[in-house]
Design a binder for this molecule. Structure first.
Ligand code: ADP
Length: 376
């Protein structure tokens, strides 16, 4: 089969008119990096988020134009939205396969069809911290949990794969970048953890563009190009959502299990359910659900208020027959600690919140069959 080049693809894409129909999508600078693997082509087109549905025919036209090239087996074009600072995350697009499109990563109903996941050298377990949607406190939970796992005597790393808003540099108060050593990267060490974030790779001022298929490439590379070893456990802070990129990640990374973070409200639980289903589709065990922002602790009186339908995640876990790992309240101290770059687990190691993260960490160790020796 002929080998297709990026130039051929760009030439084809010049035939596709952009949103205003005045010029083509290449000239308008809307086409992302193009990723070619095994004659399969992936790219994304940046559009205003609110026009994503209306521009679906443009996406299809782009796929069709590239599919017509000799040497192209499948084409996956996604629409992406440029994220405005402070704007909510754009909705994830579900990729519709083009006619004749067989990319197995988009419909992996059986793990059997999937290439075996190669373990990462020197890393005993990799777990994914996931949520059906953004803003539920997934990253906050991931970093505190990583610290709680470390307090169990384990060597722990965190890979922040959340391309929407890579928050690890801020949460862990990091101002340095990873150093290159022999074509690999040394993770940044902070608070005894080995840390790597998509955020280290982009300028904080640059609005981060969501590039579905590119995420998978970047993360699988980060996974293998970082000098993690030796680690007992690597915690991956997944991109929020249950779209194609998340599914591909769940499928490509050699995961020992996943942890779902949800808030107690019905709507969040619908997304959490989708998350569990996603991991089930690729045979990754769900180690359990955490209910974050479970109830509210008034900062002035310390009084507890159940105003968010507390307990929804526990019920959902029972219904689905997956373990319930614990509750973390909505507490101003947790937010303030994160904003200051020192997670609450370190800020108040003897406090109630740290104790809760420690309990959850113990449960996770149990599920993974790890027998840690807690640090005193
Ligand atoms: P996600 O990774 O799901 O997008 P983040 O961890 O970035 O969510 O949290 C979103 C916001 O909520 C942040 O400002 C964070 O400090 C805050 N937050 C997360 N968990 C809690 C909590 N238990 N109590 C108070 N604030 C929280």
């Amino acid at each position: 089969m002929a080998t297709v080049t990026r130039t051929d693809i760009l030439d084809r894409l010049r035939q596709v008119k952009g949103p205003g129909r005045t010029s083509d999508i290449v000239t308008l600078g809307l086409v992302s990096d193009i990723f070619i693997a095994d004659n399969k082509v992936f790219f994304s087109i940046t559009v205003p988020a609110e026009r994503a549905t209306a521009l679906e025919p443009m996406r299809q036209a782009a796929e069709k134009a590239v599919l017509a090239l000799e040497g192209v087996k499948t084409v996956t074009a996604t629409l992406t939205a440029e994220k405005q600072p402070g704007a909510p995350n754009p909705p994830l697009r579900t990729i519709k396969p083009s006619p004749g499109h067989h990319a197995p990563q988009h419909a992996p109903h059986k793990r059997k069809n999937i290439a075996p996941r190669t373990p990462v050298d020197g890393v005993k377990h990799i777990i994914a911290i996931a949520s059906g949607k953004g803003g539920v406190g997934k990253s906050t939970t991931a970093i505190n949990l990583a610290l709680a796992l470390q307090a169990q005597g384990l060597s722990v790393g965190v890979l922040d794969a959340d391309v929407y808003g890579p928050s690890l540099p801020r949460l862990a108060g990091i101002h340095t970048r990873p150093q290159a050593v022999d074509k690999k990267f040394k993770p940044v060490e902070q608070y005894g953890l080995k840390l790597m974030s998509m955020g280290f790779l982009v300028d904080e001022e640059t609005p981060f563009v969501w590039r579905g298929p590119m995420v998978m490439t970047a993360v699988t590379q980060l996974l293998r190009d970082i000098l993690w070893a030796p680690l007992d456990i690597l915690v991956i802070d997944m991109p929020p959502g249950t779209g194609d990129a998340q599914l591909t990640l769940a499928q490509q990374v050699p995961l020992s299990g996943s942890v779902i973070v949800s808030t107690p409200q019905d709507l969040a639980l619908i997304d959490a359910r989708k998350g569990m289903e996603m991991f089930a589709r690729v045979d990754v065990p769900v180690l359990g659900i955490i209910e974050n922002m479970s109830y509210f602790i008034a900062p002035d009186t310390g009084k507890r208020y159940d105003i968010f339908g507390h307990g929804g995640a526990r019920l959902e876990a029972e219904k689905r027959n997956v373990p319930f790992l614990g509750e973390i309240p909505l507490a101003p101290q947790i937010r303030a600690a994160s904003d200051d770059g020192k997670p609450v687990f370190l800020l108040a190691p003897d406090g109630e919140y740290a104790a809760r993260y420690r309990d959850i960490a113990r449960r996770i160790c149990d599920k993974l069959g790890l027998r840690p020796i807690p640090k005193t």
